[in-house]
Design a protein around this ligand. Sequence first.
Ligand SMILES: [Zn+2]
Length: 411
Amino acid sequence: MYDLVLENIRLPNQERYHFIGIQNGIIAEISPYPLQGKAVIDGCGDLAMPPFVETHIHLDTAFTAGEPSWNQSGSILEGILLWNERKQTLTMEDVYGRARKALNQLMKFGVLYVRAIADISDERLVALKTLLKLKSDLQDIIYLQIIAFPQNGLLSCPENQERMLEAIKLGADGVSAVPHLERTREEGIESIQFCFSLAEKYGLFLHFFCDEIDDPQSRFIETVASLAISSGLEDKVTASHACAMAYYPDNYAAKLLDLIASSKIHIVACPLINTAMQGRYDSYPKGRGITRIKEMLQKNINVCIAHDDIMTPFYPLGNGNILQAAHMAAHAGHLTGMKELEELINMISINGAKALQINDYGIKVGNEANIITFPVDHAIDLIRLQPHCRYVIKKGRVLLHTNPMETVFYM
Ligand SMILES: [Zn+2]
């Protein structure tokens, strides 16, 4: 008799109902036949999946939209100015409360693996220290990686180089740069090289903000991919945003995509924030602000989709539902083929697990019993309906339960 049995659930691409037996937090058996459990949860015929993976989110800026004032232009530059002001007032209580609230939102929609970006551009490192504390406090609930991120640059703000070393000592899992915001191309490249030298020395992840600008001359991703190869760090490296790729000439893009594919780096697209923020300087037609997801998938490049911001000075919307980001990618990236819609789910699950290098990911015997269930028939309905999870289970423990919304008609 198992500790817990999850009954009447469907696994992706399987028609019949299954039963999952869980013992000591581990998936002990998956069977088409009923199993005995000390506790039993009726899965109600729901679709069961491994928890989603959020590969790029700012927990330190979450829920600060409008503080000290609203980003009226919608531009990234106004967002940075507002955040520069807001971060002067950060306290650990402030960051902890908002970050925890953001994680709760993510969990409602099935995210249990998170790569969080912590801005280190304040001299007290409040955001980073708070997120590291949160990581420790919530280790039994949610898997967190913390990336030390210099929002104001590493060359434009040289103090951030010292702060990054301090962040590594404190326990950051990875380092980041924002080369397109440095003063010159040369300084942008230097910032990338600086991060690679730290990652090699300390065995860290690299998670770059790369070419998040509507400038076809912004080509830092080629440097990231090239250094990923020469350093051997390869799949420890992620480039996020890569919006400028949409503006590159096709002949250069063809060469670049082959380079990215051979480098084994991961790409994270952030379609919510970038469709809203990019193209602000265009007249018509306006750029979509989204990288070449479709072409990268065709080259077998590991592409992930992230939610990125929840009500921040950079993006005023978002509720933590990563399926919203996938839905936006379906539209802005023209990913509406049957296989492409299914691939969108991979981009918020198994592709993300690859980028974060999560071992034992997936609903398999011997893996941790980390399972989310949705009241839908097919994975494509997840994109269309973007529902709450009915159950979120971590190591065999039910973390939360949401009853599906039901409408009563009186006509
Ligand atoms: Zn971001």
